[in-house]
Write a new protein. Structure first.
Length: 149
């Protein structure tokens, strides 16, 4: 069992820009369950962490987002539109964040593979990443679309 980190690792936007090109080269495949992963393109990075209420939360960041996003809420003075969160028993939603879970060392969830950890199950295809929680709520994320079900 891997420990669940309390806070996601943070990177500055400059560090992200420098690492995006590197992350798509020579990525290892997921060999065992882990609390984090990235898609083969390196565009989506996800991490499970423990929330204050004891439930697990899945956070996925879409680095290059070309989708139309809803207006930024007044109570979000931070970055908006590229962060997605879901509780293991709560539906997904847009997140408001000043950091990112991007990390080029995250294992890669290859197309056609399934990843499971902490009450979440995700699978990747060339067109989207789909993640589902314990209660059946799910999202589909891609560069072009983000949909909550």
């Amino acid at each position: 069992m891997h420990p669940i980190p309390q806070m996601p690792r943070c990177y500055t936007i400059g560090a992200i820009a420098s690492l995006v090109a590197v992350s798509a080269i020579g990525l290892p495949a997921i060999a065992a369950p882990a609390d984090r992963f990235q898609t083969p393109s390196g565009n989506i990075h996800c991490l499970v962490f423990s929330a204050e209420n004891g439930q697990n939360r899945l956070r996925c960041d879409v680095l290059e987002n070309q989708a139309q996003i809803p207006p930024q809420p007044a109570d979000c003075p931070l970055d908006w539109g590229n962060v997605f969160t879901m509780g293991d028993r709560q539906p997904g939603k847009f997140g408001c964040a000043a950091d990112t879970v991007f990390d080029p060392s995250h294992p890669v969830l290859r197309y056609g593979q399934t990843w499971s950890f902490g009450g979440f199950r995700c699978d990747a295809t060339t067109s989207r990443l789909r993640c589902r929680n314990r209660t059946g709520d799910f999202w589909e994320l891609s560069r072009e679309h983000q949909r909550f079900y």
